[in-house]
Write a protein that binds this ligand. Structure first.
Ligand code: ADQ
Length: 749
């Protein structure tokens, strides 16, 4: 049954019910009114009748005539005069048998025999009876003369005419409701059909290129349809596993003539650390940006310009501050930039992480904006932009500017290299326009980003927020069809590109089998073989909801005693931004919370929460992913969150359950996870319990679906889409540039 048919049927049933109820109410009310009228009428008739009957009581003819006179009334069926002993004194011929004088027996008996004098209980008697001919109202009254009862008079009134009137009223009501029903369905249906026909004719005309003007209301749908068509064309190529490092390289060669890519990011993919033994070790920083971009650089080669943050970084670069990485493959360069303490403090800790980071995340930490930090932010953006310009080897290079540390760099680079293709990607959420207004330099931030050819965000919502901010604060033109902003003649596409992981993830490929990982982790943590293991993996950051996560674990142990002594939650927490007070406070709060839970529920051989606050290299992190029964990602707000995707990628055994905060970008893609609101501790603890009790088959189904999603929408696709869009934009610009050269000066293009 179609939705419309269901709707109409429902409405009809509702109307029928309404009609039935209304007609019932009308019937009862009108019947009450009529019957009250009739009884009043009968009473009055009888009161006047008893007086005249008393006068003629002893005159049989006179009595008969008076009874006949009463009987002439339109609705009176019959009248009788009865003696005190209930024998008939006189009566009209049509009085029904059942209402003759004997019928008064019960009434008279109930009042006590009263011949000869008045009895106050014998005032009036009445009843309504249903005869085969219809309903009848019967009333009786004593006939009194000089205080003495002579007898009684009975009057029978026809009520069937009331039923006939009721039937007529009901028919009328039905007709009215029927008419209303036709109006209620027919008119909107006709109007809707008419509007739909007009609308589809208009849309078809527009889609076929007709129609001189595109009405405003059709623009969103047109751009959606075109985007959908483009996406479908793209998706057709998106067969599983097809987005690979090779394919990305091919795209670069085919669309961008194999040009090398220059990435600008604050964090470097490999840092060199002097170990305790005096030797130099290579470390992989805990950063989602690095996790995503490093495979792209391995596939495409080029230069990664980043802050040299490792304590042995200077010792490992050449004279031009370059180092070839990855250690054994050496497929691209890192160009390290050195920052003074003041620059780091102002740019990284100050403006970026005490200002922009809390501004962009709804995590209830107040942003702090200091004028001196802003000065350092500009200075460091310029320093990195200059370095990028030194690294390029053509007039129109491809430059990827990563994240909120470099909002000004796109415009700075554009100034030096007008023909560059600059792709900026904002890895964290973009706040709504009102919130963006908190930043005293919001205009400069927006203008800086609009120096790019493309600005990417993880989700459409973040794109919308960005476009709203541009609309609110800058004088620009919007190309709604292409989702582009045009400022000073420079066009910037604003698009969602949800970031992901390489596929397959090489750390997962290199890890031992899940069973072996579990055995090792259980041994390291001293867990019993039947223990259940939960996992959290984060930088120690207040946006990740670590406190809420541990509170949910506490709630689980409170509400589900069966897990006490059996469930252990291990939190890998890499200390992060520790020079900022808020992060130090968080560190202490998490420690106290873990201690409280352990004090409440722990025992000599049982620790419910294990807090591991140190750097863990990816092989170790993947060992934990593979060992755990569940992974809980409880971010209060997160652009994407790659821990969620890594956990799924690690589970080649299709076991384990992902619990994922609804406030992550990943929740839009990994819909088979148990999605929770991390602030809701009761429901989060329920989700933990559900995960720990989930049958293996269900785990397998959910894992399989999520793995299929990540394998198709992997990071090669993420980069490939941006590069293809950049290539299109570039060829468009080249064509319009050539055209401009051929046009006479002053011609308007
Ligand atoms: P991050 O905030 O860094 O990224 P996320 O995406 O979760 O967050 O990535 C974290 C990465 O660091 C993962 O690769 C994880 O394995 C690693 N990591 C985390 N904790 C670790 C630990 N204790 N020890 C070792 N490694 C650890 C930002 C945005 C995200 C967005 C990414 C990519 O905040 O929303 O997903 O960029 O765009």
């Amino acid at each position: 049954m179609t939705r419309l048919a269901r709707f109409i049927l429902g409405l009809l049933v509702a109307l029928a019910l309404l009609t039935w109820t209304v007609s019932g109410v009308v019937q009862t009310t009108t019947r009450e009114w009529f019957e009250r009228d009739v009884s009043e009428h009968a009473r009055l008739a009888m009161v006047s009748a008893t007086r005249s009957l008393a006068d003629a009581w002893y005159d049989p003819d006179g009595l008969k005539n008076r009874l006949l006179a009463i009987d002439r009334n339109q609705h009176v069926i019959g009248v009788a005069a009865c003696n005190v002993d209930l024998t008939t004194r006189s009566m009209t011929p049509d009085l029904p048998e059942v209402f003759r004088c004997q019928a008064l027996g019960a009434w008279v008996r109930a009042a006590g025999t009263a011949a000869g004098d008045t009895n106050p209980k014998l005032q009036q008697w009445s009843t309504i009876a249903t005869l085969p001919t219809g309903r009848v109202y019967v009333a009786a009254m004593p006939v009194i003369m000089q205080g003495q009862i002579l007898g009684f008079v009975i009057l029978a009134h026809d009520l069937s005419y009331i039923q006939r009137r009721e039937a007529r009223a009901q028919t009328f009501l039905l007709i009215v409701f029927g008419f209303l029903a036709v109006l209620a369905f027919g008119v909107p249906l006709l109007v809707a059909r008419r509007v739909r026909d007009d609308w589809s004719t208009e849309v078809r005309k527009l889609l076929h290129g007709g129609g001189k003007k595109q009405p405003r209301e059709f623009q969103p749908i047109l751009s959606d349809v075109r985007e959908l068509i483009a996406r479908m064309a793209d998706e057709r190529e998106d067969l599983p596993g097809q987005w690979t490092a090779d394919r990305l390289r091919q795209i670069l060669n085919r669309n961008l003539h194999g040009e090398k890519i220059v990435i600008l990011a604050n964090r470097e993919p490999y840092s060199h650390i002097r170990g305790e033994d005096g030797g130099i070790e290579v470390q992989h920083p805990a950063s989602g940006l690095v996790t995503a971009l490093e495979p792209i650089m391995r596939a495409c080669s080029g230069v990664w310009v980043a802050h040299g943050s490792g304590n042995a970084d200077r010792e490992t670069v050449d004279r031009s501050d370059h180092v070839r990485v990855p250690p054994e493959e050496e497929s691209y360069h890192i160009r390290r930039i050195w920052l003074s303490e003041e620059e780091q403090q102002g740019h990284y800790y100050g403006f970026s992480n005490e200002g922009l980071w809390p501004l962009c995340h709804i995590a209830h930490t107040r942003p702090t904006f200091r004028a001196e930090d802003w000065e350092y932010y500009k200075q460091v953006n310029q320093k990195f932009s200059d370095a990028v310009c030194e690294e390029v080897d053509s007039e129109d290079p491809i430059i990827m500017v990563e994240d909120y540390h470099f909002a000004l760099a796109p415009a700075m680079i554009r100034k030096r290299m007008p023909a560059a293709t600059i792709i900026a990607f904002w890895h964290i959420p973009w706040p709504n326009a009102e919130r963006m207004g908190i930043c005293p330099w919001h205009n400069e931030i927006l203008e800086g980003l609009l120096g790019s050819s493309i600005i990417g965000f993880h989700t459409q919502l973040h794109c919308n927020n960005f476009l709203d901010s541009v609309d609110r604060y800058l004088e620009t033109r919007r190309d709604r069809e292409q989702n582009a902003v045009i400022m000073h003649g420079q066009r910037t596409l604003v698009r969602p590109y949800p970031i992901s992981l390489e596929w397959p993830v090489h750390w997962a490929e290199m890890s031992p089998e899940p069973g072996e990982c579990r055995a090792r982790v259980f041994q390291e943590l001293g867990l019993k073989p039947d223990a259940l293991l939960g996992l959290g993996v984060d930088r120690l950051d207040y946006t990740k909801g670590i406190e809420e996560r541990l509170a949910a674990v506490e709630m689980l142990l409170d509400r589900y005693p069966k897990f006490r002594g059996r469930f252990t939650f291990v939190q890998l927490a890499e200390p992060s931004r520790t020079k900022i007070t808020r992060y130090r406070d968080l560190n202490e709060a998490v420690e106290l919370l873990a201690k409280r839970i352990n004090d409440r529920f722990g025992a000599e051989d049982y620790r419910p929460v294990v807090l591991l606050r140190s750097h863990h290299e990816p092989p170790e992190v993947f060992r934990y992913y593979r060992a755990a029964d569940l992974c809980y990602v409880s971010s209060l707000h997160d652009g994407m969150n790659l821990v969620a995707k890594e956990f799924v990628a690690a589970r080649t055994d299709l076991r384990g359950v992902l619990i994922l905060s609804e406030f992550t970008g990943a929740a839009q893609e990994l819909t088979e996870a148990l999605i929770v609101n991390p602030y809701d501790l009761v429901k989060s603890s329920d989700a933990l319990a559900a995960a720990l009790s989930m049958p293996e088959e269900e785990q397998l189904d959910r894992m399989q679906a999520m793995r299929s999603m990540i394998s198709r929408f992997n990071v090669y696709r993420w980069a490939g889409k941006m590069l293809v869009d950049a290539a299109h934009l570039r060829s468009q610009e080249r064509l319009s540039g050539r055209l401009a050269e051929r046009m006479p000066v002053g011609a308007n293009l």
